[in-house]
Design a protein around this ligand. Sequence first.
Ligand SMILES: Nc1ncnc2c1ncn2[C@@H]1O[C@H](COP(=O)(O)OP(=O)(O)OP(=O)(O)O)[C@@H](O)[C@H]1O
Ligand SMILES: CC(C)(CO)[C@@H](O)C(=O)NCCC(=O)O
Ligand SMILES: [K+]
Length: 251
Amino acid sequence: MRVAIDIGNTNIHIGIFEDDVLYAAHTVRNALLLQTNFTKVLNPAVISQAQAVILASVNPPLEAYVIEYIGKHRPEQPCRIGKEIPIPIPVLTESPCSVGVDRLVNAIAAFERTKNGTIVVDAGTAITIDGINKEGAFLGGIIAPGIEISAKALHHATALLPQVSIKKPNTVLGRNTEEAIQSGVYWGSVGMIRHLVDMMRDEMKCQPTIIATGGDASLLTQDILMVTTVPHLTLEGIHLAYKMHLARHPH
Ligand SMILES: Nc1ncnc2c1ncn2[C@@H]1O[C@H](COP(=O)(O)OP(=O)(O)OP(=O)(O)O)[C@@H](O)[C@H]1O
Ligand SMILES: CC(C)(CO)[C@@H](O)C(=O)NCCC(=O)O
Ligand SMILES: [K+]
């Protein structure tokens, strides 16, 4: 049994892999994790019995907490993607080390599925849209505000706009403030994703496969054509990067 942990900015996602198959996954709000007892979220027995605990983090302070907790329950340090586990694909950006490892493991898992030029949309805290060429190399992409960030930003930066939870509006023309914010954030995000995917497709000069993931993917992609949603793409990518490393460096 192997445990993959994706430490993001809103949520931590935990996946349990048995015989290379993801058989359990759960998500905990970071804020909740810091308030509650870690043992309720990351079962000490699972941590101590796992063959490997593999981490991908884009949130260093929370990562430090998780590593400290894991250290109490198993003698080996967890394997960190991008540290002990090198990124097993070419990263063709200016500064490969500064690309979020969640974007990179998404690319690894997506390419494993498509074996084709691919665009990955991850709609989480941020919305990222990244290109992978048909050789499986990470090309770069875009980082934009996620829908919760957009809704919060409107509330925090204004005197009159309330905090609104975003759902799909029935109409584009909002008839009250709440509907107007929902429409702006929902249709704005959908339109942004559609447009950026089109632009990226042109720039990549190929017919890439589009894969979406992240907490808001199923909400947003209902209005985007030709997208396959893979809920646990990041966890799959963490596990895959680890397996690729093992294949290259058998113990
Ligand atoms: N049950 C849920 N719990 C938490 N967030 C949810 C849930 N359902 C939908 N969401 C949405 O998912 C988004 C967070 O997505 P995700 O879980 O991919 O974030 P994350 O992993 O922290 O992101 P990142 O890695 O980009 O920091 C939020 O915008 C929130 O609106
Ligand atoms: C963009 C996010 C926040 C998405 O989770 C993460 O991948 C990150 O913090 N990235 C670092 C900067 C970069 O990817 O270029
Ligand atoms: K994410």
